[in-house]
Design a protein around this ligand. Structure first.
Ligand SMILES: NC(=O)c1ccc[n+]([C@@H]2O[C@H](COP(=O)([O-])OP(=O)(O)OC[C@H]3O[C@@H](n4cnc5c(N)ncnc54)[C@H](O)[C@@H]3O)[C@@H](O)[C@H]2O)c1
Length: 353
């Protein structure tokens, strides 16, 4: 198999700390070039990773026309995913798109349909699937280590880097623009919840047939809730509860987080707690404690992307349709949580009158 040349769209935080190092580390990929409309961002990534200026583009058409690449990886901010995807289709470049696929169903549907019609592969960079812990749990489920899975509890409570921080560009302490941007895009379910929705569908190999979202507004500054719960009923009768927060310690001195996977089966329980660095399997036949602290897997994801480019298929990479389903569930359940909240506020106001 020849190595695959990957072009990157977007040179922000995830590109800098995860995508570029993973492409460099993969023996199956070569780094072809990078586009970002913001020259300052490009300069930072160029300096950090010693990328030749010839491989950096601020003109997207020039990038697609001149950068010698087999495929692209979309690591731009979510509002740019649709535009990036449609250009990749136009230039016939297979894609790996960061989550969330889109900010709403309509945009996601256009991306998936346009790519399918043009027969340009669109995979999702749902990297959590590639984490050793997620792979291990997938394997335990498949060999029925705890029987039939009936209940999942997936928790990721964090602060999205805190409400305030020192700005990288100005050096001044102020509102954390990154967290604020994610809140304006729809909040924790749309951003981070996409991973958990995808894991539940993938682990259980069972479609979601019903869902309901709830929210808490720890800060009242945004339309979207900053602490969320999502309930999913699966076709096979299992139930998933997801809890995701951007307000867990967002004002505290110490950084705190909760990252837990809990699976209840007919013959046992699997529990992963990132803070404990273990997966514990309480089964009928085994009671295991495995060390584990990796919860992402960018390098493995790029290796698989390269293999998929060779064969045109992958059993592990999430598809555009997986991304679309996660977008639909997270968007509609967030909207539903907002509607319920507004209705309650309205009723409260009426009662006071
Ligand atoms: N899988 C993960 O673990 C993980 C972690 C963080 C972020 N993400 C996702 O990655 C994406 C980027 O996140 P980030 O934190 O790096 O954001 P960021 O704001 O740091 O960077 C986004 C970059 O996109 C660039 N951009 C803007 N418009 C563009 C366009 N039209 N084409 C190309 N680039 C454009 C911006 O200039 C910026 O450099 C988001 O979709 C986010 O949800 C995933």
């Amino acid at each position: 198999m020849t190595t695959k040349k990957i072009g990157l769209l977007g040179s922000g935080i995830v590109a800098t700390y995860s995508h570029v190092p993973a492409i460099f580390a993969s023996e199956l990929c070569d780094f072809a070039g990078i586009f970002d409309p913001n020259p300052d961002q490009l300069r930072k990534i160029q300096e950090k990773h010693h990328i030749s200026p010839d491989l950096c583009y601020t003109d997207v058409k020039k990038f697609f026309r001149e950068c010698p690449m087999d495929a692209v990886s979309i690591a731009s901010a979510a509002p740019a995913h649709k535009e990036n995807c449609l250009l990749a289709v136009k230039y016939g470049k297979p894609m790996l798109c960061e989550k969330p696929l889109a900010l709403n169903e309509e945009d996601g549907r256009i991306m998936v349909d346009t790519a399918a019609k043009a027969r340009v592969p669109l995979w999702m960079g749902l990297v959590v699937r590639f984490a050793p812990v997620a792979q291990k749990i997938y394997e335990l489920i498949r060999r029925r280590a705890i029987g039939d899975i009936r209940s999942l509890r997936l928790i990721f409570n964090w602060s999205c880097h805190g409400q305030y921080k020192i700005d990288d560009d100005t050096g001044k302490y102020g509102i954390n623009r990154r967290r604020e941007g994610r809140m304006f895009e729809g909040g924790p379910l749309i951003d981070t919840g996409t991973h958990q929705i995808d894991l539940a569908r993938w682990w259980l190999n069972s479609e979601v047939v019903r869902y309901d979202g709830f929210g808490a507004w720890v800060e009242n500054d945004y339309e979207s809730p900053d602490h969320t719960w999502l309930h999913l009923d699966h076709e096979n009768g299992a139930h998933t509860m997801i809890e995701v927060s951007f307000a867990y310690g967002h004002t505290t001195k110490e950084t705190i987080s909760e990252f837990i996977y809990e699976l209840i089966g007919t013959e046992g329980v699997i529990r992963y707690d990132r803070n404990q660095k273990t997966i514990v399997i309480h089964g009928k036949k085994e009671d295991l404690r495995l060390p584990s602290d990796e919860d992402r897997g960018f390098h493995a994801m790029y290796d698989e992307f390269a293999r998929a480019l060779d064969t045109g298929k992958s059993d592990i990479l999430a598809t555009g349709m997986d991304g679309l389903i996660a977008t639909r569930i997270s968007r509609l359940s967030t909207d539903e949580a907002i509607n319920k909240h507004m209705l309650l506020n309205h009723q409260g106001a009426e009662l006071k009158v």
